[in-house]
Design a protein around this ligand. Structure first.
Ligand code: SF4
Length: 287
């Protein structure tokens, strides 16, 4: 059994002072922080989150913003579809729940853009429900500490039950997440300072190293950025966000040398509703 008492003591001493880790943070604040933190490091999220919560303190405030305002405020957090989904989510909260973020996991899951992780994180971290919250950090810590596997297989329904068994409450869930972010990291876990080392199954098994084949599979799952369509989309979005008026295609053409890739990226932005083409062939953010 994992030594959760030691984990909680460690968390009391090492918890990072993230701006949303505050007793007064609303459910909406927690929801935004969780959406922003997916696939984006918290150090980049923190200042942006602060700005958002001051500008749009409630779902109703955010629902009234235009898509262009939302995308400009999202800035360079990446994966900007998250911003549009968050906007739809706020509108649904206003319509279905009178502007109050629901506490029920199923009601949260029914909101646009809210997946299993976010729904449970809001229920757990704001509404203090003891529901399992599984992100990549928790998956990694539990995989190593409970089943002794250094690398984790793809997410499965089984892991929710496994995490529910080892977490003793909302603070324990947050502690597992923090341990994965700071100590039990993907490539080089700092086992010598780990509070649950004594009960960790991977340690008990003698720290078996993954095979070359498994390492290479895991490496392939890590998404590259440089040279990808995602990078080109980001560069095109930079131009659109900075412009007050629709831009000529020639202003977009200068951001990337490969015409085929640039055109594919631009088309995908239009398809995703992140860019709009005018009848005159210019481009702008959606309104
Ligand atoms: S002892 Fe090492 S592998 Fe086990 S949970 Fe701690 S950091 Fe992870």
């Amino acid at each position: 059994m994992i030594d959760t008492a030691a984990l909680l003591i460690w968390f009391d001493l090492n918890e990072r002072p993230l701006p949303w880790r505050n007793k007064t943070t609303s459910a909406w604040g927690i929801l935004i922080s969780e959406v922003m933190s997916q696939q984006t490091p918290v150090a980049r999220v923190a200042p942006q989150w602060q700005e958002w919560i001051e500008r749009w303190p409630t779902p109703a405030d955010f629902a009234k913003a235009s898509k262009a305002e939302v995308l400009r405020a999202w800035g360079k957090l990446g994966y900007p579809r998250r911003a549009l989904r968050l906007h739809e989510c706020a509108q649904a909260i206003v319509k279905r729940h009178d502007g109050a973020v629901p506490s029920d996991v199923d009601e949260l899951l029914a909101l646009p853009g809210i997946g299993a992780y976010t729904a449970r994180a809001v229920a757990c971290f704001h509404f203090q429900q003891n529901v399992p919250v599984v992100d990549t950090n928790v998956r990694r810590v539990c995989g190593r500490a409970v089943t002794g596997q250094f690398l984790q297989p793809q997410p499965s329904a089984k892991e929710l039950g496994q995490v529910a068994e080892v977490t003793t409450g909302p603070r324990c869930s947050a502690a597992f997440m923090e341990l994965g972010a700071l100590v039990c990291t993907a490539k080089s876990p700092k086992c010598d300072i780990c509070p649950i080392r004594r009960t960790c199954q991977w340690q008990k098994l003698g720290c078996p190293q993954p095979s070359e084949e498994d390492l290479s599979k895991a490496k392939k799952r890590v998404q590259k950025f440089t040279g990808t369509d995602r990078q080109v989309r980001g560069l095109l979005m930079d131009v659109l966000r900075a412009a007050d008026d629709p831009v000529e295609k020639s202003q977009l053409d200068v951001v990337w040398p490969d015409a085929a890739q640039r055109s594919r990226a631009l088309f995908s932005l239009v398809e995703d509703g992140l860019a709009v083409q005018t009848d005159a062939g210019k481009f702008h953010l959606p309104q």
